[in-house]
Design a protein around this ligand. Structure first.
Ligand SMILES: *Cc1c(COP(=O)(O)O)cnc(C)c1O
Length: 388
């Protein structure tokens, strides 16, 4: 056997598998909440200290969930990972587990609606939450005072596709002694080099590209073994944020094809964005040379990703186009094999005030498009026909 490290695509198929005494080929679904002990002494011992492949209760860990955690940690390049019930359980768990009243948290303001809500909860419990324009390194520099606990941002923002400079923000954070927590959903684990670029903790909603078929909720927190097992896990295991073993099993299956799917989706996204742009539609896609952070996106991810936003100018025009779509679904998931169009102003970001939406660039005519696995020519025909 060669010592050469296996490619991520290979590890996404094999890494972390645990086989039972039957030697089953597919990852086994251990649909069990608990584990029987040989003796009372063994139970006592396990509650004192769990070994690396020992389990107590599925809220703490489960063999199927652990296979998923090991595989994700391997792909992300972290020592360990904790799988959660949803992406929001991962965001909430990573942040809540870390902070105390009076801690300072600096966050990019370009965030998914539920991520903004979690920061509001932190503020309610006495955390000093400061929001900055995540694309402005000077704003980070001004806000990240010495002793800041953590910096949080979506590496590629939902839905306006602004690209945050992970390396630049990490340098500022680390100089101040702060940790960097990156929500990397839009970048996907396939294009992620977040840890290499300085992120300390990377969270994903695996509901998106990891599942890839819009079936199950899931999330993951990737980080050092110390952070995952001594900071994140105690919070999550006592507050009930663990993933269902069934969902972890779905995610393991999703991972085996994720690399192929996500690369095909990104290729199609570039074709679709180019066609929309060519038709005179105001198109936001980091893979287009005109995107303000195009160079950064290429350095950081090597692609523009699988998501596009475009602006039709008014809610009326956006709704008319959405209602004329025949192939693309109106829904609010992303990373699905089926292409999905979303009107953020009236759905995912409805909770925000008009002023906050305007600051974030979420206009009434903005449509977010998750490019799926259909043939790009069919998507382009559907979209251009609907835009009219
Ligand atoms: C979807 C999403 C989440 C939340 O994930 P769920 O699995 O729906 O809880 C968090 N952050 C970003 C950027 C997302 O797109």
């Amino acid at each position: 056997m060669t010592q050469r490290p296996l490619h991520p695509r290979t590890r996404a198929v094999h890494h972390g598998i645990r086989r039972s005494q039957y030697g089953e080929m597919a990852e086994a679904l251990f649909l069990t909440q608990g584990f029987a002990y040989d003796s009372a002494e063994q139970a006592e011992g396990r509650f004192q200290k769990v070994g690396p492949d020992e389990f107590i209760y599925a809220r703490y860990g489960n063999p199927t969930s652990r296979m998923f955690e090991d595989r994700m940690a391997s792909l992300e390049g972290t020592e360990d990972a904790f799988a959660t019930a949803s992406g929001m359980a991962a965001v909430n768990g990573a942040l809540m587990a870390m902070v105390r009243p009076g801690d300072r948290v600096v966050s990019a303001r370009q965030l998914f609606g539920s991520c903004l809500y979690v920061l509001d909860i932190l503020a309610r419990f006495g955390v000093d939450v400061v929001m900055v324009d995540g694309t402005d390194l000077d704003a980070w520099r001004a806000a990240v005072t010495p002793g800041t606990r953590l910096c949080f941002f979506e590496t590629l923002s939902n839905p306006t596709l602004e690209v945050m400079d992970i390396q630049g923000i990490a340098r500022i954070a680390h100089d101040a002694g702060a940790l960097v927590v990156a929500d990397n959903v839009f970048a996907t684990p396939v294009f992620s080099r977040a840890v290499e670029q300085g992120a300390d903790v990377v969270v994903y909603s695996t509901t998106k590209h990891v599942d890839g078929g819009g079936r199950a909720l899931g999330g993951i927190i990737c980080g050092t073994r110390q952070f995952v097992r001594e900071v994140a896990e105690p919070y999550l295991k006592h507050t009930g944020g663990a993933i269902s073993p069934f969902n972890a099993w779905i995610m393991l299956n999703g991972l085996t094809t994720m690399d192929l799917r996500v690369r095909a989706m990104a290729d199609s996204a570039l074709a679709v964005a180019t066609a929309l742009d060519g038709a005179g539609v105001r198109t936001i896609y980091p893979g287009l040379a005109a995107h303000p952070q195009h160079d950064l996106a290429m350095r950081q991810m090597g692609t523009g990703g699988t998501m596009i936003a475009f602006d039709l100018g008014s809610k009326e025009a956006a709704f008319a186009a959405l209602n004329r779509l025949a192939l693309v679904s109106i829904s609010n998931n992303l990373g699905d094999a089926k292409s999905i169009a979303t009107h953020p102003a009236t759905t995912t970001h409805q909770r925000l005030s008009d002023a906050d939406r305007a600051t974030l660039g979420i206009g009434p005519g903005l449509i977010r498009l998750s490019v799926g696995l259909e043939h790009p020519d069919d998507l382009i025909a559907d979209l251009l026909g609907a835009i009219g």
